[in-house]
Design a protein around this ligand. Structure first.
Ligand SMILES: [Zn+2]
Length: 607
């Protein structure tokens, strides 16, 4: 009888071992203790419910049985599913983060419903079987069943509100982490806990006044930013065959490549702030909201400006950050399509059509930005022109390659419309004065390091992005062109793009901007860059709080970073180990580890 009652907790521990056996065996001693407490908590919870559900008679046993099956299915099924996506268990941070994403999260779970259900079937069957076993072998007597029933509210409340180890090491069983997360969410909903996840707010930049005496330049700048496109699926330089992005490859054969361009986070909101302000992602909430943006600088210098985006304005409040940009044209997904999907945004083809209409109305010189978005999950493809087969929507680990093909088809479809735009621009009389710069806000992981998507780490699969500059003859001086060519295979970062774009506008090192440019962390790629600078990488920033902490720093091709479950810093040389599979001894990165400690205070998840 006792064996049957202990069985649920044993099954949970078994499932946990099957999912993360290696990590469990490496648990530091103090977490062995917290794990033991969690096993006890799990055993008390399930034994109480099962004992009550195994009563010989009475209606309460049906209530307890229903609760037992529902909780077991939700907790174990939910954790198995979540672990398959993110290589970590759903915890309090993630539920609070998810609550702040609302509609977006519901849409993603809905889209992957078959896998959510598949993960839930085994625990559902096991729970039903345990009820059957309990009623056959345990057959709780009336008195004991009444005591158990009275204890149910207590043990459930305990599971919801007793603290547990859930963050970096996750030294608890998955069910205990799950109930703790639900309890925290309930506290948030009840207003007991009012901490908010960090999201972009309205900006409050200083008034720049009129900038005078800028170096006169006769060139327009068009920045094309896409979403979640990896460097390794694109062709920064022209290639004879470019399977995933063939259209821009053909349209701009003379573009100057930046093969080693990296973003400084894998979150859209953080990268917009970095690209626009030139600050590091770790600059803090105040500076990231108060610094002038490229649009502010351009506007103050008398340039015409535009920002067109197919991203949804309600996606994590990004519109708050955007709404005050001094732009003649300020367009987002709902302007293009009022029914746009919150994750995908409006159709990128609508964006291209809108840019074509507005661009010819801009006064020269102009600084304009077209921000594409359909390469975000759930990935918009053209089913009649999808060369990467077979493709599918499932996010199950076994379906990784079909999901990757879906993604490649989305990049391919988007490339067609971006090429449409750049061909249009290159056909205009202003083309000979217009420089086009292309990059992606970040890249996208397909489980190379156990995770899916972005914002989960700063591994290269999430931050190595495509980059190229298309500059018709006469738009750059010989020295400027030579400087960019020299950067083709050198490590450069998104934080270098604000200085570069300001330099293209003749505003880099403008005396009136000295204070702001002093805070910028990058170098203009039109000039020699510093080799020894250390660049911060983080997905936890003042414009965007992360579900799971991860950060690091990079100097040249050497890189140090960690996620909250990594036991120590990981040190890589990404020039020789491009997949980041062979960490170097920490001594090889001593300088970077010291700097990462100084900038971030600790390893991720150690507060
Ligand atoms: Zn993004």
């Amino acid at each position: 009888m006792a064996i049957v009652l202990a069985l649920p907790a044993a099954l949970v521990v078994g499932a946990d071992l099957a999912l993360r056996g290696g990590r469990l065996l490496d648990l530091p001693l103090k977490y062995v203790g917290s794990y033991g407490v969690a096993v006890f908590e799990s055993a008390v919870l399930w034994a109480t419910l099962l004992g009550c559900a195994s009563a010989r008679q009475g209606w309460l046993r049906w209530l307890a049985a229903g609760l037992f099956v529902a909780l077991a299915t939700a907790a174990v099924g939910g954790q198995v599913y979540f672990y398959g996506q993110y290589a970590t268990y759903l915890n309090l941070d993630a539920t609070l983060f998810g609550a702040s994403m609302g509609e977006s999260l519901a849409a993603q779970l809905g889209a992957d419903l078959p896998n959510v259900l598949t993960s839930s079937v085994p625990p559902l069957v096991a729970a039903l079987a345990l009820i059957w076993l309990g009623r056959r072998w345990v057959r709780t007597r009336r008195r004991t069943a009444s005591l158990a029933a009275a204890a149910v509210p207590l043990v459930v409340a305990g599971a919801l509100f007793i603290p547990c180890s859930y963050r970096s090491i996750q030294g608890s069983t998955p069910d205990v982490i799950y109930f703790h997360a639900v309890g925290g969410l309930l506290k948030r909903l009840a207003g007991v806990d009012e901490t908010q996840h960090v999201r972009p707010q309205r900006r409050s930049p200083p008034r720049l006044g009129q900038l005078t005496g800028a170096v006169p330049v006769k060139r327009n700048v068009l920045l094309v930013l896409t979403e979640a496109v990896r460097a390794d699926v694109t062709c920064p330089a022209h290639q004879a065959v470019c399977p995933v992005m063939p259209f821009t490859n053909e349209a701009l054969p003379d573009r100057l490549p930046l093969h080693e361009l990296r973003s400084t986070s894998s979150a859209t909101a953080i990268q917009l702030a970095v690209l626009w302000t030139g600050l590091g992602p770790d600059a803090g909430r105040g500076p990231l909201h108060q610094a002038p943006t490229l649009f502010d600088y351009a506007h103050a210098a008398g340039w015409d400006t535009a920002y067109w985006s197919s991203h949804h304005p309600l996606f994590a409040n990004t519109w708050l950050y955007v709404q005050d940009l001094p732009c003649r044209f300020l367009v987002s997904a709902t302007h293009l399509d009022p029914t746009a999907d919150v994750d995908l945004g409006a159709d990128d083809e609508l964006l291209t059509e809108r840019v074509k209409v507005d661009l010819v109305q801009l006064q020269e010189p102009f600084f304009a930005m077209a921000h594409y978005g359909n390469t975000h999950v759930p990935y918009l493809i053209d089913e009649t022109d999808a060369p990467f087969q077979p493709y599918g929507l499932s996010k199950a680990p076994a379906d990784n390659e079909t999901l990757r093909n879906l993604y490649l088809n989305a990049v391919y479809r988007q490339d067609r419309t971006i090429a449409d735009l750049v061909r249009f621009v290159r056909g205009l009389p202003l083309s000979e004065r217009t420089i086009i710069l292309f990059t992606s806000d970040h890249a996208e992981q397909f489980r190379e390091h156990g995770q899916l998507g972005h914002t989960g780490s700063v591994f290269d699969v999430e931050i190595h992005v495509p980059g190229w500059i298309d500059a018709p003859a006469g738009t750059l001086t010989e020295t400027e062109r030579a400087a960019i060519v020299r950067q083709a295979r050198r490590p450069v970062f998104h934080s270098d793009l604000a200085p570069t774009l300001l330099d293209l506008m003749g505003l880099w090192q403008h005396p009136q901007l000295a204070a702001y440019q002093g805070a910028m962390v990058g170098d203009s790629l039109l000039r020699p860059t510093r080799d020894d600078r250390i660049v911060s990488l983080t997905n936890c920033a003042g414009v965007w709080g992360c579900a799971f902490e991860n950060w690091g720093v990079m100097r040249g091709f050497r890189k140090v970073h960690a996620r909250e479950w990594d036991q120590d810093w990981l040190c890589f040389d990404v020039a020789s180990d491009r997949d980041e599979l062979n960490p170097l001894a920490n001594e090889s990165c001593a300088d970077l580890i010291a700097e990462a400690q100084r900038r971030f205070g600790s390893l991720p998840g150690r507060d």
